[in-house]
Design a binder for this molecule. Structure first.
Ligand SMILES: Nc1ncnc2c1ncn2[C@@H]1O[C@H](COP(=O)(O)OP(=O)(O)OP(=O)(O)O)[C@@H](O)[C@H]1O
Ligand SMILES: [Mg+2]
Length: 269
């Protein structure tokens, strides 16, 4: 009887100890796995941040490059032409003809004023610093002004209450729109561009449409981005980077629409 109770106690102690060991082992391995996962998450977060910073830098460089291109084109096509015309006017002035003299001087004054205005517009044209200062809507306005000068009809409609996004997001968004506009000028054979920006409660919806020749989007629908140039691939990746939805629709002969939906209060940067 006494012997049986000792055996019973021993069994209880052994099984208790085993249970405790098991629990301990379980706890330790749980902690181990948990810490490992934490480390992995931290590493992934760091990698994502570094990828984001790299992409941001590339975006800034591309905007600067584009700005330089626009400036040199504007100087060559507009300001240079206008000043040359003014010079030609003054060179052909005949001092003996009073009427003609008056007219040529007035013409030259107007041309020089136009060149000054063009220069002012140009200096306002964006660089990466002032997108942060003026906001991406104003930056788009300047971009559209420049495009209008090349002969396009342009329209920018804004609905809802305008909200500023994080500067980095605005920069990336601006670069996406800039590439859409570049593509229209390069490929669409369009003469009108319309941008709509709708500030809804939870997201900003942006669409850029042209009335050009359109193109075949099959590769895009099949998620076959490699079928396109770097432009469309970059737009896709950059939209993803700021948590935005990017889509395109196009009909041959009926223009192209690029749509973006940017969620608000998305603090995933
Ligand atoms: N608005 C548009 N209208 C007509 N075709 C378009 C339009 N946008 C893009 N495309 C077509 O999609 C193709 C891919 O565009 P994407 O921007 O990826 O490359 P790209 O402009 O040719 O070169 P990159 O942007 O790398 O300089 C273009 O070559 C063009 O055929
Ligand atoms: Mg392109």
């Amino acid at each position: 009887m006494f012997q049986a109770s000792i055996t019973e106690n021993i069994i209880v102690i052994i099984s208790g100890t085993l249970l405790l060991c098991l629990l301990g082992g379980f706890l330790i391995s749980f902690l181990f796995v948990y810490r490992k996962r934490q480390q992995r998450n931290r590493l992934e977060r760091l990698q994502m941040q570094s990828r984001f910073q790299q992409e941001l830098l590339r975006t800034q460089l591309e905007i600067q490059e584009q700005t330089l291109k626009t400036i040199s084109q504007e100087i060559h096509d507009n300001i240079g032409q206008v000043l040359s015309l003014a010079k030609l006017n003054l060179n052909t002035v005949d001092m003996t003809k009073q009427d003609e003299l008056q007219e040529k001087i007035t013409d030259s004054k107007n041309l020089v004023s136009k060149a000054i205005q063009d220069l002012r517009d140009l200096s306002k044209s964006m660089n990466t610093d002032n997108i942060e200062a003026i906001g991406f809507i104003r930056a788009i306005e300047y971009e559209m002004d420049m495009i209008r000068k090349t002969g396009f009809k342009t329209q920018l409609d804004i609905e809802g209450k305008m909200i500023r996004l994080e500067p980095q997001k605005e920069l990336i968004l601006f670069r996406i729109i800039q590439e859409v506009l570049n593509n229209i000028m390069k490929h669409a054979e369009a003469n009108a561009i319309e941008i709509k920006v709708n500030y809804a409660e939870k997201e900003i919806r942006i669409s850029v449409s042209d009335n050009g020749k359109g193109f075949d989007l099959t590769p895009l629908n099949e998620n076959e981005l490699s079928g396109f140039g770097l432009g469309i691939r970059n737009m896709h990746n950059r939209a993803k980077l700021i948590g935005a939805d990017f889509s395109m629709s196009s009909n041959i002969g009926n223009g192209t629409v690029v749509s973006l939906a940017v969620p608000l209060n998305n603090h995933n940067l």
